[in-house]
Design a protein around this ligand. Structure first.
Ligand code: TXA
Ligand code: MG
Length: 334
């Protein structure tokens, strides 16, 4: 089967709906990354997602809805703090973990009694979901462990022949996946950082916001924790004394006949230019870099032996970007 890539149109949405109602998979754009959609009420459909991606069976899927009023249809309860998060941040790049009800298949949540619900702001995503008129389970539309897809071609490169349709909505706007939160003991826990930051949540909701990702890093083994979003080539993240460390590493790899590209922020460009080190500017702050990081990893993984990436320290997405990049480099830093 050749996977079709179609621009959004009445016919495309109708075709997508028929596929979803026949338990097939459809990739679609959101404001964060492309999603691989299936009917979240259907065990057969959800199982196909795990198969197509090669996704571990214990990693639950986020369920997408197209309207706020659809959220109560799929969850057992909504508390006051969750209501506030919905009011202030949805639609948008955030997913909230609720107790689920039986309309959500156990195959979507990997038998967890909870379900992460997301209402994207992307119009194509919402139109697609609303036309299907069912909850849409959708992980990022990449093969497991690969960088997440931010355009239709990335999805095609990973999943051609495995899914029927990709709805092509151009490049995604944010570039990294949604913030995942849960509410417990009247506090918000950030399970995965994203564009909606701890500070934004604190400012609007006025309850303690805890960052679970950082605290759990201590106990989880690096192998499972850090291998994700990986390019096919070697990658090292320079955190301290960035420019000097990168210049030294470049020298080392050059001696070993390895080709290198540096991912740098705009303000450091001259240092690499003066030293004749190949570089690409990946933005001037964490928001800009987030937009391009996965596309750049996919672009350069086949062109060079080693990616040397600068840690990005400006902007509101520093934490969420670092969370992705530390995994991309499998925890290798200088
Ligand atoms: O921006 C996004 O969230 C994208 C787009 C397509 O919406 N989706 C996405 O899905 O990133 P995925 O499957 O690649 O990541 C889902 C994350 C995982 O870290 C998973 O463990 C967590 O959400 N998650 C899903 N359901 C959960 C649950 N019931 N409890 C805790 N974590 C959950
Ligand atoms: Mg993913």
């Amino acid at each position: 089967m050749e996977t079709k890539i179609l621009k959004p149109s009445k016919q495309t949405f109708q075709f997508a709906k028929n596929l979803i109602l026949n338990n097939e998979l459809v990739a679609f754009p959101t404001e964060t990354v492309y999603g691989l959609g299936a009917n979240a009420s259907s065990e057969i459909s959800c199982n196909k997602i795990f198969q197509a991606k090669g996704r571990p069976q214990d990693n639950p899927l986020i369920v997408h809805v197209g309207r706020k009023k659809d959220i109560p249809k799929y969850v057992a309860s909504i508390n006051e703090i969750e209501k506030k998060i919905i009011r202030f941040f949805m639609p948008g790049p955030i997913s909230i973990v609720f107790p689920k009800n039986k309309l959500i298949s156990n195959a979507a949540t990997c038998n967890s009694p909870t379900v992460a619900i997301r209402l994207p702001i992307n119009k194509i995503a919402r139109k697609f979901i609303n036309i299907c008129n069912c909850p849409i389970a959708a992980p990022s539309a990449n093969s497991s462990k690969r960088p997440s897809p931010t355009c239709a071609k990335h999805v095609y490169d990973d999943l051609n022949g495995k899914i029927e349709l990709i709805i092509d909505g151009g490049n995604t706007n944010i570039g990294i996946e949604s913030t995942v939160v849960k509410v417990e003991n009247n506090m918000i826990y950030i399970l995965r950082p994203g564009k909606i930051s701890k500070r934004m949540l604190e400012n609007k909701i006025h309850v303690p916001v805890l960052d679970v990702v950082k605290t759990s890093a201590v106990v989880e083994s690096p192998g499972t924790k850090y291998t994700h979003y990986c390019p096919k080539c070697e990658m090292i993240l320079a955190i301290n004394d960035k420019i000097n460390n990168i210049i030294k590493l470049h020298e080392h790899f050059k001696k070993n006949n390895k080709t290198v590209i540096v991912f740098c922020v705009k303000e450091n460009e001259m240092a690499y230019k003066e030293n004749n080190i190949p570089y690409v500017i990946y933005g001037k702050n964490s928001e800009e870099v987030s937009k391009h990081i996965f596309a750049l990893l996919r672009e350069y993984e086949n062109k060079v032996d080693v990616i040397l990436a600068e840690y990005v320290e400006n902007g509101d997405m520093v934490d969420s970007l670092f969370n992705r990049m530390i995994k991309s480099c499998s925890g290798k830093t200088v």
